[in-house]
Design a protein around this ligand. Structure first.
Ligand SMILES: Nc1ncnc2c1ncn2[C@@H]1O[C@H](COP(=O)(O)OP(=O)(O)OP(=O)(O)O)[C@@H](O)[C@H]1O
Ligand SMILES: [Mg+2]
Length: 227
């Protein structure tokens, strides 16, 4: 298994009181699966994705990526594992405001230590073209619309062809047509680059393409079905 979560629980302190937003979450994801995580707003989807990526540390339980237990790693080691294997598309985009679209897309490749070359530059430009931003490469995030910023975030995650791609509502700010382009790119990564996809989505068109749908309600998995 590529991703294994065992007995995950996340509890936050909210106004001094503990609030458990994820509990008893167990799941295993095999290489090259295409999984959609669905569920109502506030059900814990973003929280779960952050834990699977090692961006947050769970209150209880464990996550293993490719046999490595995230809880046994230092923050630096987790960052390195992410740089090498995991692409992440944030619900709120998280672009670096002082970098252009192209420079933002180059960040993960540079973190891996092979960013400066012309190949990286060419790949990043090509990916921006494929998400329809060929004429926006030198724009700063503040000069881009919400949907354009989301596509920069997608291009950033796609360019390094990560082994695992975790994406939080990747089509949430896109119109139907642009959403279709992004869905096609996701499927292509899954098929051609063997990228394992774990996507949180409210988009029926996207969820219907996944071969497995995990539904969260109130912080718990209420169904996990393969089509
Ligand atoms: N840092 C935090 N402190 C306290 N509560 C939090 C924190 N982060 C998230 N929560 C709460 O945890 C719950 C789950 O949040 P999460 O962002 O995972 O939901 P979601 O399923 O992604 O929702 P949406 O579909 O609206 O994005 C929410 O009720 C939220 O208010
Ligand atoms: Mg969310």
């Amino acid at each position: 298994m590529l991703i294994v979560a065992e007995n995950l629980e996340q509890t936050y302190l909210s106004a001094g009181k503990p609030l458990t937003v994820l509990r008893d979450v167990n799941l295993s994801i095999a290489p090259q699966e295409f999984v959609a995580i669905v569920g109502p707003s506030g059900s814990g989807k973003t929280t779960l994705l952050g834990l699977l990526a090692g961006l947050d540390v769970p209150s209880r339980g464990s996550v293993r990526i490719d046999g490595l237990s995230l809880g046994d790693l230092t923050e630096d080691q987790r960052a390195r594992l992410r740089a090498e294997k995991v692409g992440f598309v944030f619900q709120t985009f998280q672009l670096i405001p002082t970098l252009t679209a192209l420079e933002n897309v180059l960040v993960p490749i540079e973190l891996r230590g092979n960013g400066a070359g012309r190949t990286a530059h060419g790949k990043a430009t090509e990916m921006l073209e494929r998400v329809g931003l060929g004429d926006r490469v030198h724009h700063y995030p503040a000069q881009l619309s919400g949907g354009e910023q989301q596509r920069v975030g997608l291009a950033r995650a796609f360019t390094s062809e990560p082994k695992i791609l975790l994406a939080d509502e990747p089509t949430g700010s896109l119109d139907t047509e642009t959403g279709k382009t992004v869905i096609a790119l996701l499927e292509q990564l899954n098929r051609d680059a063997q990228t394992t996809l774990v996507l949180v989505t409210h988009d029926g068109a996207l969820a219907s393409r996944a071969r497995r749908v995990i539904r969260l309600e109130g912080g718990k998995i209420v169904s996990d079905s393969t089509t």
